[in-house]
Write a protein that binds this ligand. Sequence first.
Ligand SMILES: [Zn+2]
Length: 189
Amino acid sequence: MTEAKGASARVYEENIRDIQNRPGEMRERSRTFAVPEKLGEALAEIPEGTEMTLDVRLESVHEGILASTKVQTTMSAECGRCLKNFTTPFQVEFQELFAYTPTEAEEYGVHGDHVDLEPPLRDAVVLALPFQPVCRPDCPGLDPESGELREAEAVVVPNVDIDPRWAALAGFEAEDEPDSGGTPESTRN
Ligand SMILES: [Zn+2]
């Protein structure tokens, strides 16, 4: 992806002049800014203008600059089950080497006195965005007949300590007493 970008995309650039060609040097920086252009193309995205915080560690190595980045922001999505729009905290980390002399086409390079975190950041964020977002793990979704939100209580698990192996069966326990001689193989003595 090589497209012209405006000055606003500079928010992803890191000046590395003071550690360039000085292996062993390291800098840590944090900053918060508004996302200049939305990230993501599907049901989940980081909209333009969303606040994003980057914690960046830049390490000077012989080949170039190794950047370790933690991204914290807010995702906006449409629930794949109930179609409700919701927002939720979103976090992803990535590490990338920016080489002084990139040897392969897919390798990122140092440009003058800076590195541009945008391409690897965009890749990392888009990869980590959920393909089928749900507003909450137990969202019951819409009733296929009425189109209304289903009653949530149908899927609520009793609030007691249950062996995780049995948790999935807990809802059926009452009417699912074993009445034949055969007992489940996992029954303990
Ligand atoms: Zn939902």
